[in-house]
Design a protein around this ligand. Structure first.
Ligand SMILES: *[C@@H]1O[C@H](CO)[C@@H](O)[C@H](O)[C@H]1NC(C)=O
Length: 484
């Protein structure tokens, strides 16, 4: 148990992190990946179901439409869930909100599990919407809970746990979706319904853990409960310093107990960190990660990999993603958020440019050659660079830039923006790729340059700083006339 010798980490805190992250981030990653493998089977089933109902087969257009709705309605759910983060976090608390959110996951699991028996693809589509809402809420609530229970020196590492579990669950969903496991005609509804398991796990484990002490003290004004929660999490009664810090934050937010949407967009001390959080989320989604993953299948094929070898390459890519995210969990406290974000984005920029050149040179080439193998290397390296920073940092960065009273509203906006960006990429990428071919990568070259410039000039380092110090810095910036 090397991990338990980290200063600030103890078994109870590790338990709380696991309860929150495995119950929440797991849902998010799993549902991102689980429908890829059985997509074709689902299409066939929809076609047959329609025949049984109406004695007419679906046309190609109809089938594609139902499938695209099923894929994209998930992001719509995410936008809804993301926007609800603030309301849930304030009304039910961080822990309470997370627990309640499992209802959505269980409803979705039931819809998935019985859609085939009931002969209803409407249930499948509804399930995707409902699990999207669950995932959106998780993406807002879980990093918030993690960051609020973390000691300052581990806030980044604990925040990264969200993305770590997410990458693990993407990998598991890819493996589960494999034809010989759950990607069969009979079993794909089971693969989807497994999303109920992390919900049950969380319902069994999270109730043992305390509510966020910051929520108890600053939002609810319950100092005794807050101290009890902190004592549990730190596994020591010596929590005076941290209680003092939280009281400072509480004092500062006494005047405005809860920041509204209007306030956050008009008050410059809040608008600057809001724009930064939104840009980090946009950078994550528009960095080209989905484009590279999309092209990876084609790249593997052109390198002469058969179906099985491509699948193995995909799983290798997922494994690298997990390993590198784990490495970033350690690095984020050593090198800081800004450095890792810049390093990741810069690596992606160089990589995507080289990948573009490789694809251009290799166009029309049918024989596998060293360029195709270089392309495989570049695809995997791109994922590694993504995992270095842009994959994990945006999720928890928003929780670091705001004091307690503005955090829920800010998270709502930032998480909703993330899902909107994912939705737009999902909608727009394929037509663009079909129209532009490899040149579509140039769009990401330009975007990455913009994100690097923005991060370099506007994003502050938050490593090792208390929330009080961070918000004070934005106050100074806003009134120093240096606005975004
Ligand atoms: C639906 O199934 C029928 C019968 O198997 C097949 O001929 C038709 O091509 C299918 N339609 C689509 C859109 O897949």
């Amino acid at each position: 148990m090397v991990i338990l010798s980290v200063p600030g980490l103890n078994a109870r805190l590790a338990f709380a992190i696991s309860a929150a992250a495995f119950g929440s981030a797991f849902q998010h990653g799993y549902n991102l990946g689980v429908i890829n493998a059985p997509l074709k089977l689902m299409g066939q089933w929809m076609n047959e179901t329609n025949y049984e109902r109406t004695e007419e087969y679906l046309t190609d257009g109809q089938k594609t439409m139902i499938l695209s709705i099923m894929v994209s309605i998930y992001c719509v759910g995410g936008m809804i869930g993301g926007s609800l983060t603030g309301v849930f976090a304030e009304r039910f608390g961080r822990k309470g909100g997370l627990l309640l959110n499992n209802i959505f996951a269980i409803v979705a699991a039931i819809l998935f599990g019985f859609c085939k028996l009931a002969g209803s693809y409407e249930m499948l589509v509804a399930g995707r919407l409902v699990i999207g809402i669950n995932n959106g809420l998780n993406a807002g609530l879980c990093p918030m809970y993690l960051s609020e229970i973390a000691p300052v020196n581990l806030r980044g590492a604990i925040g990264t746990a969200y993305q770590l579990v997410l990458t693990i669950s993407i990998l598991i969903s890819q493996i589960m979706g494999l034809e010989n496991i759950l990607g069969t005609e009979e079993l794909w509804p089971v693969a989807l319904a497994l999303t109920g398991i992390p919900a049950i796990f969380q319902l069994l484990t999270l109730p043992v853990c305390p509510e966020s002490p910051k929520f108890l003290l600053i939002t609810k004004d319950e100092p005794v409960a807050a101290q009890r929660a902190l004592t549990w999490l730190r596994n020591t009664t010596n929590v005076q310093d941290e209680m003092g810090e939280m009281r400072n934050e509480a004092e500062a937010s006494k005047l405005v107990p809860s920041v509204s949407l209007r306030e956050i967009t008009t008050n410059p001390t809040l608008r600057i960190p809001l724009i930064i959080s939104m840009m980090m989320m946009i950078a994550q989604q528009l960095s080209g990660i989905n484009a590279v993953i999309f092209f990876s299948t084609e790249i593997y094929k052109s390198a002469g990999l058969d179906d099985e070898a491509s699948l193995n390459a995909t799983i290798a890519m997922g494994t690298m993603n997990v390993l590198m995210t784990f490495a970033s969990l350690v690095m984020v406290e050593k090198f800081g958020r800004k450095t890792l974000m810049l390093a990741g984005l810069s690596g992606m920029l160089v990589d995507v440019f080289l990948l573009f050149i490789c694809l251009l040179v290799n166009q029309g080439e049918t024989e596998a050659n060293w360029i195709s193998f270089a392309s495989i290397f570049l695809v995997i390296f791109f994922v590694v660079m993504f995992a270095t920073g842009p994959g994990s940092i945006p999720w928890f960065f928003v929780t670091e830039l705001f004091a307690q009273n503005a955090r829920p509203t800010a998270s709502s906006i930032a998480v909703a923006i993330n899902w909107t960006a994912a939705f737009l990429v999902g909608l727009g990428f394929l037509p663009l790729a079909q129209a532009l071919g490899a040149y579509v990568f140039l769009i990401f070259v330009v975007l990455l340059i913009l994100f690097i410039i923005f991060t370099w000039f506007k994003v502050p380092e938050t490593k090792g700083r208390t929330i009080d110090e961070i918000t004070a810095m934005f106050k100074q910036k806003a009134y120093g006339g240096n606005s975004v």
